[in-house]
Design a protein around this ligand. Structure first.
Ligand code: DQA
Length: 150
């Protein structure tokens, strides 16, 4: 079981960006923590980050063919709230997807309460920092395992 973890714009700035919202951890540190968690749970994690909408669209398209992934964890950053292109990319690939956020978007500004991606994902997890990604990996594993049994 291999999970593709996609981070969108400004998430490369974790560790220095709005520490009171996103914490002190850098993206590299967070990814290392997620990779270790996945390994302990018998999963492989592969990571992709881009500040560009089209590159995120392409990474989603190539989840299986380039990354060999069985599921996608997607933190599209601010694109979550308005990118129809990323929303349309999600049903292009037949792997389960979980939308995640580090912060609790529902406790923040109103524009962050809307996700144009959520309806094209199996579920959404937000507000748990790096644990949002770990919980998403467990959710994907459950979906893939259940599908395998069906
Ligand atoms: C975020 C929340 C978004 O509203 C914001 O634009 C981000 C990060 C999060 O992980 O909490 O860039 O997706």
């Amino acid at each position: 079981m291999k999970v593709l973890i996609i981070n969108g714009p400004n998430l490369d700035m974790l560790g220095s960006r709005e520490k009171e919202v996103y914490g002190e951890q850098t993206l590299a540190d967070m990814n290392a923590e997620i990779a270790e968690f996945c390994a302990a749970e018998g999963m492989d994690a592969v990571f992709f980050q881009s500040n560009c909408e089209g590159e995120i669209v392409t990474a989603i398209h190539e989840a299986r063919t380039r990354f060999g992934a069985d599921g996608i964890v997607l933190n599209a950053g601010a694109y979550t709230h308005y990118s129809r292109a990323i929303a349309d990319a999600l049903p292009c690939v037949r792997v389960p997807k979980v939308e995640v956020h580090i912060s609790n978007v529902h406790a923040r500004e109103e524009f962050r309460h809307v996700s144009v991606l959520a309806a094209n994902c199996n579920g959404v997890i937000c507000g748990f920092g790096a644990d949002s990604y770990k919980l998403a990996c467990l959710a994907l594993r459950n979906i893939v395992t259940k599908a395998g049994r069906a």
